[in-house]
Write a protein that binds this ligand. Structure first.
Ligand SMILES: *Cc1c(COP(=O)(O)O)cnc(C)c1O
Length: 378
């Protein structure tokens, strides 16, 4: 049997964070519902109080840390946004923060809040334009990177950006929600913090809201844990247990969803009622070459612009029967939405762009549903 450390990611997802193998012991960690722990005298490193640490977080934190190839377990938070807030606490008051112009909307909203309340200068860049990003890194304190971006699926040159940031003393945070730890491991490329909306692929069943940060830097790790304790942005034990259960099938789910997405992107691109398809698997996609050489897989989010503008896009959503009209992504079920239905979405995202999160259903059923909805536009 391969040693623990040489296991491949699909095996790590299944085996990490298990209780010790003892005769009669459970194969899964228990959910412990207790706000406090028996304790007197010097607490040392014992469990003390459930806002500080719980035995139900530990197995999930260990599994995600190992999947990201980190030297430390992950730090789990009550939502992806709580993880974003913790990571962005690295930006000093009056500091400079570089963000992608297309990124998770609420992360960009948080950056705007830092600008309004803490005098932070926020520089928005096209994350796919490496020269533009590198120029913006000059004099910056922190860069928040997403790749592929939400919802435009731009692909960043991560090794180049992380090198440039490091040589300029800029701290880097990579939101790895879309790629998952199976697609890329930014810590290995020198990122300071990797964060996840665990709500999405990691938990994978649209039944919990959770987040996590991971770092290789002991000081940052301690700082993120202290932030969680100070802000109380903690996860409930049930949710973390469900996320660990979801994580066990991560490789199967992501492989299937990505394979479905490759087929659907190609068929969508050939459909006469489709004006544009964005998915890095397509040779015509601007991010194709970078994704092909730097990522494992192309992700399972597709951007589609039907012919006929926003009304046509809304009509497609309304005509679907299998695809679920809903925000969020990364669940086993396929969902989609027109992003610009939100007034807060970036104005450079086309009004008619549908963001599709491809699930693990049979691809022929997914295509049949899409085809009947698109055919109505002709
Ligand atoms: C959903 C999402 C978040 C926020 O996570 P929540 O769990 O919803 O708080 C952050 N980044 C990306 C890329 C996301 O998709």
């Amino acid at each position: 049997m391969p040693s623990h450390d040489s296991l491949r990611p699909a095996s790590v997802a299944v085996t990490a964070g298990r209780p010790p193998r003892v005769q009669g012991g459970p194969v899964n960690p228990p959910v412990v519902l207790s706000s406090t722990y028996v304790s007197q005298g010097d607490p040392g490193s014992d469990l003390l109080y459930a806002r500080i640490g719980t035995e139900t977080w530990q197995p999930f934190e260990e599994a995600l840390g190992r999947l990201e190839g980190a030297t430390h377990p992950a730090v789990v938070f009550g939502s992806g946004m709580a993880a974003v807030a913790a990571a962005l606490s690295l930006v000093p008051d009056g500091g400079v923060l570089v963000v992608p112009r297309h990124a998770y909307q609420v992360s960009l909203g948080y950056a705007d809040d830092l600008a309004a309340r803490h005098g932070v200068e926020v520089r928005r860049v096209d994350i796919a334009e490496t020269d533009q990003v590198v120029a913006a890194l000059d004099g910056a304190d922190v860069a928040l990177i997403e790749s592929p971006t939400n919802p435009m699926l731009e692909v960043a040159d991560l090794p180049a950006l992380l090198d440039a940031a490091r040589s300029r003393g800029v701290r880097t945070i990579v939101d790895n929600t879309f790629a998952t730890p199976l697609g890329q491991n930014p810590l290995a490329l020198g990122a300071d913090v990797v964060l996840h909306s665990v709500t999405k692929y990691l938990a994978g069943h649209s039944d919990v809201v959770l987040g996590a940060c991971v770092t290789n830097d002991p000081e940052l790790d301690a700082r993120l844990r202290a932030y969680r304790t100070l802000h109380g942005s903690i996860a409930g034990p049930m949710e973390v247990w469900l996320a660990l259960r979801g994580l066990r099938t991560l490789a199967l789910r992501v492989e299937r969803a990505q394979a479905n997405a490759v087929v659907l992107a190609e068929r969508l691109a050939a459909h006469p009622a489709v004006a544009e398809v964005r998915h890095p698997s397509l040779p015509s996609d601007p991010g194709h070459e970078r994704a092909r050489t730097q990522m494992r897989g192309f992700g399972a989010i597709i951007g589609v612009r039907p012919v006929g503008g926003p009304a046509a896009a809304d009509a497609v959503v309304a005509a679907l029967r299998l695809w679920v009209p809903a925000t969020s992504l990364g669940g086993v079920e396929s969902t989609l939405e027109r992003r610009r239905r939100f007034a807060t979405e970036s104005l450079t995202v086309p009004e008619d762009l549908l963001r599709m999160s491809v699930g693990i259903e049979d691809v022929e059923d997914l295509w049949a549903d899409l085809a009947q909805a698109l055919d109505r536009l002709l």
